[in-house]
Design a protein around this ligand. Sequence first.
Ligand code: 0RA
Length: 631
Amino acid sequence: MTDPKYTAKNIKVLKGLEAVRKRPAMYIGGLTERGLHHLVYECVDNSIDEALAGYCDKIKVIIQEDGYISIEDNGRGIPVEIHKTEKVPAVQVVMTVLHAGGKFDNKSYKVAGGLHGVGVSVVNALSEHLEVEIYRNGKVYYQSYRKGIPQQELEVKGRTTRTGTKVTFKPDASIFEVLDFSFDYLSTRLREMAFLNKGVKIILQDLKTDKKHNFQYEGGINSFVEFLNENKKILFTEPIYINGKKNGADFEVSIQYNEGFQEVIYSFANNINTIEGGTHLSGFKSALTRVVNTYIKNANLLKNEKVTPAGSDIREGITAVVSVKLSEPQFEGQTKTKLQNSDIEGIVNSIVYEKLMEYFEEHPLETKNISMKAILGARSREAARKARELTRRKSVLESGSLPGKLADCSIQDPSQTEIFLVEGDSAGGSAKMGRDRTFQAILPLWGKMLNTEKARIDKVLNNEKIQPIILALGAGIGEEFDVSKLRYNKIVIMADADVDGQHIATLLLTFFFRYMRPLVEYGHVYIARPPLFLIKKGKSKRYVYSIDERDEVLKELGGKGLHVQRYKGLGEMNADQLWETTLDPEKRILTSVKIEDSIEADRIFTILMGDEVEPRREFIEQNAKYVEVSV
Ligand code: 0RA
């Protein structure tokens, strides 16, 4: 410790850890559920890198009973040799120096260091306690840390014949707002990792509940696509699989069509979900369009008809997963999830063009199905355009005219305003009278709500229930939807607290998710929660919002002179009551609808609104009261 150089380094390390502890959210994207689980992914990413390098095929994630979680792999083990410049074992450098992870190896590409890619030292800095065990050179090495600070030198704890790394940590309770690891949350991402890294076995176990999942997919992204289409009616069984390697980039795509009209394409770069797309996705899309149109032309499928399928027609009903692995991914965009590397576009385009042409030659039946579907898509787009023009003449999508039933608010600044979509005319009337008209607008909904999961855009545009919503929100629909034109900051769905109310709320959510997705992604959508009961005792009254709360309040107030009124619907409340319970920002309960994971959300909407009855029944049974928040 008297070596001055060593001390200086020590100070540098402490400064690094301090920076992380000072601004933790900046490193892991939040301190709630998301940030907490990010710690786990950071560790798993390192193990996945070891798998990509070909040295590891098994990763075990175990939620412990005492707030700890462990991530174990059977890779080579983090190096323990003394680091040339830092003069301590390499593992200690990896654990305590920011971004040190990648400096010891020259793997061609890796996951870690990607999106938030901050390195395991950040996990260490944000852990109350962390232990690392390394199995390497026939020995078991051990070191532990508190808040990132080593508690002893790396020591040999025993002998072993295996190799690998095990990291066990307990997140710092003084930093995180949430400390419970969620089996379901981890499950979704780990399953995705297993799809994207064919053959790697990922085990997730929760010792608190005895739940366990084993993810291992020899089919890789083909299995992923089959999973995504699980509850849909497919056009052909075997997914189309294309892969290729060029200039150090490894590309693969799996494609399967279903009878629906949604375009579901997930793209990944180095296992990171590129939500905003990028060059790999656009390379794929343009090649697909070119191949299908070439086939349609050569097979003379259009005869003399004057429609040309556009890319979006060709992608109606497609489910695909695009995955590229490359050495130096560059990301751009609002959430840094858009792949930027320009050479990838051409590489992907040429691989897909060549191999899909080949596939089309060998699979005439599938090819004809895909092409005919694209032609149908083009025809319906033409019909939609006409429908849109009709509605446009009534200036549906242009600025200006507002729906007749809308009771608008008086202030203009959209960041301050709210709109309530109210089911039922009597509730709509009470809401209009009870609201604060300066910032709250009311749109009563009437007519039959369309299931947009099963409809094309032309039908959606002409639906009498949906049209006023498009008009009132003022931001367009579908590909033309522009969230910056939104006339209100909060869009609140207000429906009865019964099964019918739930159903209408789900239909509206489905519509928003499919046709105004940014609305949901940017967190503008809410569901109002009207009270279920009013409990009166003498002059005092209490509104309660659940059965449990009712029982609690009844106990609290005691037996005598209590009067309990049950609200069957919003319509039973007068204007004042509606204000007090459901409109007043000070008192109301709103559930925010957020998409944490659009892959999961897509599956949920397919299950809830699609053709297959059995999975819907099962889902509703299992998730009955969570339906509204689970996207
Ligand atoms: C750098 C070099 C080597 C392995 C690793 C890192 C490594 C890191 C982690 C993190 C979790 N599990 C891991 N497994 C391996 C290879 C060193 C060598 O043997 O040449």
